[in-house]
Structure formats: structure tokens, C-alpha cells
Design a binder for this molecule. Structure first.
Ligand SMILES: [Zn+2]
Length: 436
């Protein structure tokens, strides 16, 4: 009996345990199902959220794309449209026309002022890019306005068979003073390569004049390192700095071509290869000349060989030969000009073209030149009375005048504020204030 009772009890315990176990299993199965459902729901929600997120992103992308398509950067319009003043804002001007000359500007002062044998020459003859920009700004702030040298005089009949250059009354915006700028030797001579100057003019991807060259960091195309594109940009920014769209006179020699293109002939004869190279350079420079012309630049003759006209070794024949080569290598490309700019400011016929009219002068005049430019201590100009021609002196912005002639240039700009103290060699300067 005891054994049976024990058996029953054991069976009961087993059954109870089993039932408890099964119940627990059932519960656990339920809770597992519930958990799964929870997870499933969470996953579904996450998926939904991801889908919504993606949809939102796609919509945003579409919006961006749409925006990009509609707000594609307006192409900058580089058509050259000179500023036009209403007639009532113009007034007669009969005073001095200032004439300021520059050479090529120094793009990389660390190369120009590196202590080599050329340093002193570049310091004397040129200004740096920063000085050039500061000078333009001061000229503008001082109410100067660029005019085309060709518009300052007109050749007129003044008597029977007598033609003379007569100064025009300029019509300028009230308060503005006329200024001619000329840039001598923008030929990008090979002797300047590696010396801190740009090496040729090019058209950049926007069809604008830019300059190509090599700086300390390698080759570069820029509109910010050469006088020509810098003045272009300045006039674009300040259209009222230019009357009738005038920029500056580019004073060209021919012996190494123009604007960095070797359009020059070689007198000792040229091989077929050299002829072909010259022909390709001529084709390459044509669009540059066209763009310069359509944007207000004009050209003058600076002799073919940069010859010093006061040197006794040159006679009329030599000047004739030089001019004929200039016509061939430069004039044929840039067109006619009445402007003749003496190299080194050296006048022909023994150095006096004011009181005398020598054979060289007569020859050059007979070739069509009417405006003869030298250099001097003021913007002096006078119409000759015995022949149809004007002679004028130009001021020259360079290291020499920056360092030594602050007072003479103060009406145009202040050398003290323009001078590139950080990069110029330590050759001294005199910036004392004007005497009261
Ligand atoms: Zn020169």
C-alpha cells in the first residue's frame, strides 16, 4: 500500500510538474510569438520610415536638380559696352590731358627682385601688379577718366593746302579730368621669361584676355597678373573710369613680335620651318588683337627694333628700314596708327622735335604719324605750327618716379600709398610731404 501510495504521489508530482512545464512552455511560446510580432511591427515601421526617408531624399534631390537647372550660373556677359553719359551730364573740357606711361608690370616680385643682375633695371622701369592696381584706384578716386589719345586732336584744314593738328574740346562728364595711359613694350620679350613677368596674352575659356606665364608655382593663366587684363577688370568694375570705352595705347616694337607671339621676320632669311612657325603665330595673335580692339585698346608704333632715335648711328634711311619692318611685322596686324612713341623717350634729329622739324621727323610725319610721344616731367603737349603734328611728353609710373618724384605725381596718385614696401629692394625713397 505504501508503495502504491508513493507511486500515486509520484505520478501526481510528475503530472503536476509536466503540466506546469507545459503551461510554462505555452506561456513562453505565447510571449515569443508576441515578441516576434513586436519585432515584426518594429521592422515594418522601420522599413516604412526608411521608405519615407528615401522618398523625401529623392524629392529633395529632384528639387535640387530642378533648382540647379533653373539657376545655372548666369553666363557673365562680356560684350564690351562702354558707359554712356546723358548729354546733360557732359561739359566742355579744354585743360591738360594727363598722359601716364607704364611698362609691363611685375607679376612675381620674388622673381624680379631676386638680387640678380636685372633687379635694378626692373626696379627702375616697372611697377608691380599691386602698385598698378593701387595707382588705378587712386586715379579713379582722383576723378580721372581714360580717354583715347586719338581723340584729343583732329587734323584740320587751317589754310590753303595747310593741315594742322588742332586740339579738340573734349566733352567729359562734369568733374572728370582726362587721362591717357600708354603701356610700352607689351611684346613679352623672351629676355623677361623667368624674371617675374607674364609671357603672352591669351584668351581664357570665357574668351577674355588673360596672361600666360610661369610663376614660382609653375605655369599659370590669369587675369590678375598683367596690366592689360587688370585694366580690363578695373573698367568692368568702374565703367565711369573710361570715356567712350577707351582703355590704353599699346606701344609696340616688332623685333620679337607682339603680345608674346613671334610674328617677327628674320632679316638673314628664314627656313621653311621658321616661315611656317611665323605664319602660325600670326594666326594665333589675330583673335588677341581683335579682342583688344573691340574692348577699347589701341596701338602705337614704338619702332621695330626699339631703336634710340637720338643715337647718331641712325639716319633717315635707318629709320625708314626700321619702320618698313614694323609695318611688315606689326602694322599689317594691328592696322594703321598715327601714334609714334620714341623708345627711351629719345627724340629724333638731335633731340629737339619741339623747336626743330628735322628730316627724321618729316619722314615719320610723311608716313602718317601725327602724335609723337616722348617722356618728361609733366604731361606736356604742343601742336607744331610748321607741320601737322603734335609732340607730347608723358609721365612715367615706375620705380624711379615712385621712389623720387612723389610730389610731381601727387595730383595723380600718392607714391607713399602705392609703393610696394614688402617686395621692392631696399634702394631707398623720398616720400617727404610737399612743402607748404
Ligand atoms: Zn620701350
Amino acid at each position: 500500500m505504501r508503495t502504491r501510495q508513493r507511486g500515486v504521489a509520484l505520478t501526481l508530482i510528475i503530472c503536476l510538474t509536466l503540466s506546469l512545464f507545459l503551461t510554462s512552455c505555452k506561456r513562453s511560446e505565447d510571449s515569443w510569438k508576441w515578441l516576434n510580432a513586436q519585432k515584426e511591427e518594429q521592422r515594418r515601421q522601420e522599413e516604412q520610415a526608411a521608405l519615407e526617408e528615401k522618398k523625401k531624399r529623392d524629392e529633395e534631390l529632384d528639387r535640387w536638380e530642378e533648382e540647379l537647372n533653373t539657376t545655372e550660373p548666369e553666363p557673365v556677359d562680356y560684350t564690351y559696352r562702354p558707359y554712356v553719359w546723358p548729354e546733360e551730364e557732359l561739359t566742355d573740357y579744354n585743360g591738360v590731358v594727363e598722359h601716364l606711361m607704364f611698362h609691363m608690370v611685375i607679376a612675381f616680385p620674388e622673381l624680379a627682385f631676386d638680387g640678380d643682375g636685372y633687379e635694378k633695371t626692373y626696379d627702375s622701369l616697372t611697377v608691380t601688379v599691386n602698385e598698378f592696381k593701387r595707382i588705378l584706384q587712386q586715379l579713379y578716386d582722383n576723378d580721372y577718366i581714360l580717354v583715347n589719345l586719338n581723340t584729343v586732336w583732329t587734323e584740320r584744314n587751317v589754310g590753303r593746302n595747310q593741315r594742322r593738328m588742332v586740339k579738340n574740346t573734349l566733352r567729359l562728364p562734369k568733374g572728370k579730368k582726362p587721362l591717357v595711359i600708354s603701356i610700352d613694350d607689351p611684346c613679352y620679350y623672351e629676355s623677361y621669361f623667368g624674371q617675374g613677368f607674364m609671357e603672352k596674352l591669351v584668351l581664357d575659356e570665357e574668351g577674355q584676355i588673360a596672361a600666360y606665364g610661369h610663376g614660382p608655382g609653375g605655369q599659370i593663366v590669369s587675369r590678375d597678373l598683367d596690366a592689360i587684363p587688370i585694366l580690363d577688370a578695373f573698367v568692368r568694375e568702374h565703367p565711369d573710369f573710361s570715356y567712350n570705352g577707351a582703355k590704353a595705347c599699346l606701344s609696340l616694337t616688332g623685333y620679337e613680335g607682339i603680345f608674346g607671339y613671334r610674328t617677327n621676320t628674320i632679316t638673314t632669311g628664314m627656313t621653311e620651318e621658321q616661315e611656317a612657325f611665323r605664319a602660325s603665330e600670326i594666326e594665333a595673335v589675330k583673335p588677341i588683337i581683335a579682342r583688344l580692339t573691340e574692348t577699347g585698346w589701341y596701338f602705337g608704333c614704338h619702332t621695330w627694333g626699339h631703336i634710340n632715335l637720338s643715337n647718331k648711328k641712325y639716319d633717315v634711311d635707318a629709320i625708314k628700314r626700321d619702320l618698313n619692318r614694323w609695318y611688315q611685322d606689326v602694322g599689317d596686324l594691328v592696322g594703321n596708327t598715327v601714334i609714334y612713341l620714341y623708345p627711351n623717350g629719345a627724340k629724333p634729329d638731335g633731340g629737339d622735335d619741339w623747336h626743330k622739324t628735322g628730316d627724321m621727323f618729316k619722314y615719320l610725319q610723311s608716313e602718317g604719324f601725327r602724335i609723337f610721344c616722348s617722356m618728361g616731367t609733366e604731361s606736356f603737349a604742343t601742336e607744331k605750327t610748321d607741320i601737322s603734328a603734335v609732340i607730347c611728353d608723358r609721365l612715367h609710373a615706375d620705380g624711379v618716379t615712385l621712389r623720387n618724384s612723389r610730389q610731381r605725381y601727387l595730383h595723380l596718385f600718392d607714391a607713399k600709398e602705392v609703393f610696394d614696401y614688402d617686395v621692392r629692394p631696399d634702394y631707398g625713397y623720398d616720400f617727404s610731404d610737399p612743402e607748404e
